[in-house]
Design a binder for this molecule. Structure first.
Ligand code: NAD
Length: 475
């Protein structure tokens, strides 16, 4: 749990509950100053050449690599995630700063001769990508560093400045990453961090200064952000919640299913947007697969991630652990059965849990996102029913299908209403290059190396009239 007094945020070790550091909350007057600075610095940064931006960003990526062990250890303590996962997140951060810098440098802009339209034969159209201005990046607690990089790297590559609002629960590693920017030669004010919760986030979204908000978090908060941002018509990127299905067809390799389902539901201690939260299984193999999942998932080692061999750490705070406990309890009362786990342990730990007999009408089978290590198993009589169950949710982030017949899996994939489908692997899969994002209440727009440079810039058409020979008679 994070303890808050009037002016100071105390960040806790999530496994032991002991304080690890304090940060001053950003006061409203300081927020105005931060936003004004961001706007001032942006005008200069937009004029910095692309090769210089590339140089600074790749130097920063190298600095991140040098600090990986230190920042990963901090993230592990403040988030409760196992160290290896936090090291992986730092690795993603380094790759994204380098990757966005390289793509920005390699991108070319367009020049069109306009003789494809009568009367414009002498004209030349230049299509130039310009920055948006000041971008606000609001981060969730589960992957603060990865999402910092997914937002900040493309934004600054395209000439924007950024104000980052890390989560209240685990802001420390992000604060360190921002400090490292100036230490590695980036201009003061290019990326600034503010500390606060919903009030600070809402003030940033409502301010007249930012041109765009890039938000990752729950669907409920995303809707509030969208309502607030509508006043000033800010450009919005929303990456929101999910209740992803993993469909297991009767010819699937069950060893692979178990391995991938356990991986996908245990990363980040079960607190991942695109985890396989619902396992939709063909009725002929439900019993066999359920037993295997219960054996394997139920035997994961839970504890302080500082200890060797721990695979699942604590949930982020008391509220989160209570919520998962009550979601499990309600699902049991509705008729489901526990095959493994089912209980909250001391502190904010929750036993890896497998629930069988979940039916499509239960909230966890539809729109209730369980943010903890809990799998719900649903039975389907054929492929069509499996798709119906999977699509019976307002979310649509990712999904998975297991089958030995890739053609059959492809047919199912085309019917899933999700931004991503993985065949023969967990849907918790995010290659840097993919345009990641969801359908429906899972969000709007896409993030990733292939998409974000466009998302953080806008077209400017510059036309040179009557500059070509044939342009004499042009209007
Ligand atoms: P959250 O919505 O509680 O908070 C997210 C961020 O928004 C935090 O920084 C918070 O302080 C801030 N915030 C809260 N109220 C605000 C307001 N009114 N205006 C502006 N900002 C406000 O989410 P969380 O609990 O930190 O994260 C978990 C959720 O995020 C889950 O639903 C998960 O599925 C989702 N998520 C989605 C993705 C994705 O890529 N789609 C990735 C990670 C997490």
């Amino acid at each position: 749990m994070t303890v808050i007094d009037e002016t100071v945020l105390t960040v806790l070790n999530k496994a032991t509950g002991f304080p690890i550091d304090q940060l001053a909350f950003t006061a409203p007057v300081d927020l105005d100053r931060v936003l004004r600075t961001a706007a001032d610095v942006q005008r200069d940064w937009a004029r910095v050449s692309r090769h210089e931006r590339y140089r600074l960003m790749t130097r920063y990526a190298a600095a991140v690599a040098e600090h990986t062990d230190e920042f990963a250890a901090l993230l592990s303590i403040e988030s409760g995630k196992p160290l290896a996962q936090c090291q992986g997140e730092l690795g993603i951060c380094e790759r994204l700063f380098r990757g966005f810098a390289e793509r920005m440098l390699a991108a070319s802009e367009r020049a069109d001769f306009l003789d494809n339209q009568a009367g414009l034969e002498g004209d030349l159209l230049l299509t130039h990508r310009e920055p948006l201005g000041v971008v606000v990046a609001i981060l969730p607690f589960n992957f603060p560093i990865e999402l910092f990089a997914h937002k900040v790297a493309p934004a600054i590559a395209m000439g924007n400045t950024v104000v980052v609002k890390p989560p209240l629960e685990d802001p420390l590693a992000v604060v360190q990453l921002v400090s490292l920017m100036t230490a590695s030669g980036m201009p003061e004010g290019l990326v600034q961090v503010v500390v606060g919760g919903a009030d600070v986030g809402a003030a940033l979204v409502d301010s007249d200064v930012p041109a765009a908000i890039s938000f990752t978090g729950s669907t409920e908060t995303g809707k509030t952000v969208a309502r607030t941002a509508a006043r000033t018509l800010k450009l919005l990127t929303l990456e929101l919640g999910g209740n992803d299905a993993m469909i297991v067809l009767p010819d699937a390799d069950l060893d692979l299913v178990v391995e991938q389902a356990v991986l996908g539901r245990s990363i980040a201690n079960g607190q991942c947007c695109c985890a396989n939260k619902r396992i939709v299984v063909h009725e002929s193999i439900t019993e066999d697969l359920s037993t295997r999942l219960a054996d394997r998932f139920g035997s994961l080692r839970v504890g302080d991630p500082a200890l060797d061999g721990v695979e699942v750490g604590p949930l982020i705070h008391d509220r989160a652990a209570s919520k998962v406990a009550s979601q499990v309890e309600e699902t049991l009362q509705a008729g489901a059965r526990v095959l493994a786990g089912g209980h909250r342990a001391d502190g904010n730990f929750f036993e890896p849990t497998v629930l069988a007999g979940v039916t499509p009408d239960m909230p966890v089978a539809r729109d209730e996102e369980v943010f903890g290590p809990v799998m719900s198993i649903l039975e389907a009589r054929d492929d069509e029913t499996a798709v119906e169950i999977a699509n019976n949710s307002s979310y649509g982030l990712s999904g998975a299908i297991f089958s030995a017949d890739v053609g059959r899996a492809m047919r199912v994939a085309t019917h899933l209403q999700t931004g991503q489908v993985v065949i023969n692997g967990t849907g918790l899969y995010r290659p840097d290059v993919a345009g990641f994002g969801g359908y429906g209440l899972s969000g709007q727009r896409r993030e990733g190396l292939s998409e974000s440079l466009t998302e953080y810039s806008q077209n400017k058409n510059i036309v040179l009239r009557r500059v070509l020979d044939s342009g004499r008679g042009a209007r």
